[in-house]
Design a protein around this ligand. Structure first.
Ligand SMILES: Nc1ncnc2c1ncn2[C@@H]1O[C@H](COP(=O)(O)OS(=O)(=O)O)[C@@H](OP(=O)(O)O)[C@H]1O
Ligand SMILES: Nc1ncnc2c1ncn2[C@@H]1O[C@H](COP(=O)(O)OP(=O)(O)O)[C@@H](O)[C@H]1O
Length: 405
């Protein structure tokens, strides 16, 4: 049987499909269902449903296959029977394997059936929360509950990096709302506020709510850029100047102070983190994913990471961008766009001559691809530039973006 690890949003949706929080859905939507939902806000049989709950799977997975869906730590979560392929998407029912029993506040992630069993008969006020409740909201909830003679269930939507903070906010609010239950629901935000609100209402109803009270939207106060994690990712041909510039930027940042800096040097990465890997497409991709993983961890804790691999494939660079942004970090792609002729003219290590002579197979730019970035945040062609000028271009970008003061 095939195995696959969905991304964090898909895994959160999977958990809600399995728990019954997305009832009547029991699997990922087909293209016809997703289309009906997008067009009419209903499933093809007329049942109201606001949001396309979908999953992307690799192309090799075909209708009829049974796929074990695993969490990032490798624990099997569910088996999906693929019924349909629609481009990147796959549709089909899911069956639970093991209930995830870890993660912050795992004890509060309960199924709608368990919660409904505990609720008293009568009215239930379901409060969905994406951020803390202020005293006005708490008074409002208390007054509504009294008016309706309703029990209160607080449903913190604990998705992503901020998830635990939302659950803590719900526990605090529960202290001020005697008798309120707290149930953590990993519902990722949706594409529009309207869809988000409707889906929250459906989920609240599945948890037994007869009334839905949407908590106020959190005021988005991302930390200032100089406190946010940042990954500066240099890409370009061998000899383009990536490591020279990255080292210059590192030194300048250390001289200025104010930020911690991690330089994931290409040679060190290849010697330690990626020891044993070669230069096939698979090995290069794995090398870049490893670099991206470490850089994202640095960014998660507010650090600044500099990486300078060739990273020839656009899709792998995009994966790294996603990994970093998912943990709340910023990602700057710097294309060191020195043309092949100049890199070859420099040929510092004599590698281009060897590659031309056929002594190094699959050499980037000669006998192996380099996909030019279309999403670079900064492009530097070093052909007619000094090292100092190139370093200054990066530093100026960091200062003007507020990442460095
Ligand atoms: N076949 C082939 N193609 C490209 N480069 C090769 C190859 N074989 C060895 N080298 C040397 O390895 C350095 C590139 O490693 P990277 O880890 O940056 O490459 S990749 O991002 O995984 O594609 C690169 O170093 P830099 O010149 O510092 O970029 C090369 O010196
Ligand atoms: N403006 C510039 N920026 C960076 N490197 C430059 C520049 N001008 C000349 N060079 C030279 O080009 C070479 C680039 O090598 P390197 O930094 O190892 O490239 P890469 O890491 O991309 O393989 C170095 O010898 C460096 O001195």
């Amino acid at each position: 049987m095939t195995e696959w690890t969905p991304d964090v949003r898909e895994l959160a949706d999977l958990e809600l499909l399995l728990s019954g929080a997305f009832a009547p859905l029991t699997g990922f939507l087909t293209s016809a269902e997703a289309h009906a939902v997008a067009e009419h806000g209903r499933l093809p049989d007329g049942t109201p449903w606001p949001a396309p709950i979908r999953i992307t799977l690799p192309e090799e997975i075909r209708p009829g296959d049974r796929v074990t869906l695993k969490d990032p730590e490798g624990a099997p979560v569910a088996v999906m029977t693929v019924q349909e392929r629609d481009g990147r998407y796959a549709a089909g029912p899911v069956e639970a394997l093991e209930r995830p029993s870890y993660g912050p506040f795992a004890r509060l992630r309960r199924t709608p059936a368990e919660v409904r069993k505990e609720l008293p008969d009568g009215e239930v006020l379901g409060v969905t929360m994406r951020g803390p409740l202020d005293s006005t909201a708490i008074e409002d909830i208390a007054a509504t509950a009294e008016e309706l003679d309703a029990a209160v269930v607080l449903l913190p939507l604990s998705f992503g990096e901020r998830g635990p903070a939302v659950v803590r906010a719900a526990l605090k609010a529960a202290d001020a709302l005697p008798g309120a239950m707290v149930v953590a629901v990993p519902l990722a935000p949706r594409e529009t506020p309207e869809i988000d609100l409707e889906l929250r209402e459906h989920v609240a109803r599945n948890y037994g709510a007869t009334e839905h009270y949407p908590g106020p939207e959190p005021v988005e106060i991302p930390g200032p850029p100089h406190r946010r994690g940042l990954v500066v990712f240099f890409t370009g041909l061998s000899g383009a100047g990536k490591s020279t510039i990255a080292r210059g930027v590192r030194d300048a940042l250390l001289e200025r102070g104010g930020r911690t800096v991690t330089y994931l040097d290409g040679d060190v990465v290849r010697r330690l983190l990626s020891a044993g890997l070669g230069f096939s497409r698979e090995d290069r991709e794995l090398n870049i994913r490893r670099i991206g993983f470490v850089a994202a961890e640095v960014a998660r804790h507010g650090g600044l990471a500099l990486c300078a691999p060739i990273a020839p494939y656009a899709s792998t660079r995009a994966e790294v961008r996603k990994m970093v942004e998912e943990v709340g970090g910023d990602f700057l792609l710097v294309h060191v766009a020195t043309p092949l002729e100049e890199c070859e003219r420099r040929d510092r290590k004599g590698l281009y001559a060897k590659a031309r002579a056929g002594l190094i197979p699959s050499f980037t730019g000669i006998s192996d691809p380099y996909e030019e970035p279309e999403d670079a945040d900064l492009v530097i062609d070093t052909t007619h530039m000094t090292v100092e000028e190139s370093v200054a271009m990066v530093l100026d970008t960091l200062v003007s973006g507020g990442w460095v003061r």
